[in-house]
Write a protein that binds this ligand. Structure first.
Ligand SMILES: CC(C)(COP(=O)(O)OP(=O)(O)OC[C@H]1O[C@@H](n2cnc3c(N)ncnc32)[C@H](O)[C@@H]1OP(=O)(O)O)[C@@H](O)C(=O)NCCC(=O)NCCS
Length: 223
């Protein structure tokens, strides 16, 4: 089963919200997802599959279109044949009271659908988001909160991604549970996606890709 990790777009937001509602008690209004994507369009990522997708609803949708009746869409499908299996929603810190802080990012939400867990998907989503926050938005560090009881997420953040625990925030969550406030300093060279992939080609962050394309003989590039 092939999984694709790609940047999140507006088309993914309903599915991301659906996954969040399924996986976490911390939920957000749709406009908060929109705010993320419109303000920091390169910071959030989704994991999707087209491999094991056989949605019987496609058949019903064709029938419904013929009959001109509306049916409720399956909210796990971004479009026919593409299913969302995980997401990371990330942003830059835009708190006006912290303007003296160096640029820093924040992980608002992360989750992977139950049947796709323990396959390394969350780690890959997080590594892409951390790289983008550093490379695109020049974040010097990134922060997040995690429930004290969330063993899976704690392992991912602290042991796999080497976040440090800054403090315990008492009763941070609505149900009264404490949170660990965590932070990771972002060093571009350490975050290069090629460091974590099996390929032998290293990310080249120096050369200008557009210049290379032009050198190879494209007459004009319209942006
Ligand atoms: C936390 C969560 C995102 C992890 O997703 P995942 O795709 O299963 O994680 P990965 O497969 O990338 O695993 C990353 C690391 O965490 C470890 N891990 C994953 N689930 C674990 C569990 N239940 N218990 C202990 N360790 C776990 C993996 O073994 C791996 O460790 P390694 O690097 O030492 O091999 C997923 O369990 C989830 O969606 N949970 C519900 C939502 C949630 O809690 N979100 C985080 C809110 S802060």
């Amino acid at each position: 089963m092939a999984i694709t990790i790609r940047r999140a777009t507006i088309d993914d937001l309903l599915c991301m919200q659906n996954a969040n509602l399924n996986n976490l008690p911390e939920n957000y209004l749709f406009k908060y997802y929109m705010y993320h994507i419109l303000s920091w369009p390169e910071a959030s990522f989704v994991a999707t599959t087209t491999g094991d997708v056989s949605n019987p609803q496609d058949v019903f949708e064709d029938l419904a279109q013929e009959q001109n009746v509306e049916i409720k869409r399956d909210p796990t499908y971004i479009r026919p044949g593409e299913k969302l299996v995980g997401y990371v929603l990330a942003k830059m810190n835009d708190d006006p009271t912290q303007q003296n802080e160096p640029a820093n990012g924040h992980i608002t939400s992360l989750s992977v659908m139950r049947t796709y867990r323990r396959m390394g998907i969350a780690e890959k989503l997080m590594r892409q988001a951390l790289f983008a926050l550093r490379e695109v938005y020049q974040a010097e560090y990134v922060s997040l909160h995690v429930r004290q009881s969330n063993r899976a997420a704690l392992h991912l953040y602290r042991d796999t991604l080497t976040f440090e625990v800054l403090s315990v925030e008492k009763s941070y969550y609505q149900d009264g549970e404490d949170a660990y406030a965590m932070k990771k300093v972002l060093v571009l060279d350490e975050l290069k996606p090629s460091n974590f992939q099996k390929g032998e080609i290293e990310d080249d962050l120096e050369s200008d890709l557009l210049a290379d394309i032009l050198k190879e003989g494209v007459d004009q590039v319209t942006v």
